[in-house]
Design a protein around this ligand. Structure first.
Ligand code: SF4
Length: 364
């Protein structure tokens, strides 16, 4: 597709990719190489280089508003996050009775494709059918996820490559990341906040959503919290209670699918007193996805690698001028010009999905 003159090829890479790709080029674990990724993707011939951090901000706008709507209107709670396709497959097969608890938001990857094909096409004048969306992701489950959602008859995402596959593609083309200089992603889907950045670490989606949900629930509060450190770290299950606008908000964060079943069973029995639960399949979250570089695991303990990669995202978040998704200026303008209200009719068409129970695979 990169060589096809009739296709306009657009790239977007996940938050966690920038925290690990450098390892494939012998740079130290914990190196943030986002500027070099932009340059490498341009050398490879992509027509536009965007950043999935931006669509992660859209995910937060939709997910935080959906959560608040459920809390205010007696909707189904607790609400589970829906960013991880491994988790979605697990709940569809094993806990179909909990599907109404799942957020209807598409993942940042799928939102990215829908936004590029149906909004960037309007901004650029390129027909949606001529745009080919490639995402670079930390895991192979994202390759399966690309078949999950379509908007107006078009697949949201056309091809998914992993972090390791991007490293291989660069090397095949003589592009050595360690020798590149930094460049910026293209606008408008290259603008993002610190909230979009931390999605790649366990607890990141929860923290990002809370930064916006708290603001919606209690807009007059003189001080709105920014860092929710109780949901950070590598414990398999974390929980915290926050008081927002006179209401108690109980949240839980689970990473590693082995840790999720007990919680699902408690939710099914009506015994889990939570409003919001984040679930990520991989222990440590997406920074430790199965498509990430593996060489470092030979010399370092996995927990050490997970902490160093998560630190890349949290350090970048700390120095961002905007750290809440609802303060992303491009996003605010795109909602106002094209999408309307978060969770509104147009937002539902572009950015939400639905789920159905799928049969379990039974061994003969
Ligand atoms: S947690 Fe793992 S399986 Fe889920 S999206 Fe992230 S990398 Fe993929």
């Amino acid at each position: 597709m990169l060589a096809n003159p009739h296709k306009y090829v657009v790239a977007g890479y996940a938050p966690s990719v920038r925290a690990a790709l450098a390892e494939a080029f012998d740079m130290p674990v914990g190196t943030n190489c986002q500027g070099r990724i932009n340059t490498a993707l341009r050398y490879l011939g992509f027509d536009k280089v965007f950043d999935v951090n931006c669509s992660a901000d859209f995910t937060i706008m939709e997910e935080a508003n959906e959560l608040v709507e459920r809390i205010r209107n007696g909707g189904v709670l607790p609400m589970f996050t829906s960013c991880c396709p491994g988790w979605i497959t697990h709940i569809q097969k094993n806990y179909p009775q909990l599907l109404p608890n799942l957020s209807s938001c598409k993942s940042p990857q799928q939102m990215f494709g829908a936004l590029v094909k149906h909004i960037f096409s309007k901004l650029s004048g390129v027909a949606p059918e001529d745009i080919f969306v490639v995402t670079i992701m930390p895991c192979t489950a994202k390759k399966g996820e690309k078949r999950r959602t379509f908007t107006e008859g078009l697949a949201d995402v056309d091809a998914v490559i992993t972090t390791r596959e991007l490293a291989a593609l660069c090397k095949e083309n003589g592009i050595l990341l360690n020798e590149l200089s930094d460049s910026e992603p293209d606008k408008p889907f290259g603008e993002y906040t610190g909230a979009g950045m931390i999605f790649g670490a366990t607890g990141g989606v929860m923290e990002a959503a809370l930064r916006t949900a708290v603001n919606i629930l209690d807009p007059d509060a003189p001080f709105s919290p920014l860092e929710f450190v109780q949901v950070r770290g590598l414990d398999g299950v974390k929980s915290a209670v926050y008081s927002v606008g006179g209401k108690k908000l109980n949240v839980a964060v689970v990473n590693g699918l082995a840790n999720v079943n007990k919680l699902c069973e408690a939710v099914a029995r009506g015994e889990a007193d939570y409003q919001f639960i984040e679930v990520m399949t991989c222990p440590g979250g997406c920074v430790m996805g199965g498509g990430q570089p593996i060489r470092a695991t030979i010399v370092k303990h996995k927990a050490e690698i997970a902490a160093a990669r998560a630190n890349v995202l949290y350090s970048a978040d700390r120095v961002m001028p905007n750290r809440r998704s609802h303060n992303n200026a491009s996003l605010v303008k795109l909602y106002s010009d094209y999408i309307g209200e978060p969770c509104g009719e147009e937002a539902h068409k572009l950015l939400h999905t639905h789920y159905r129970a799928t049969p379990k695979y039974v061994k003969e």
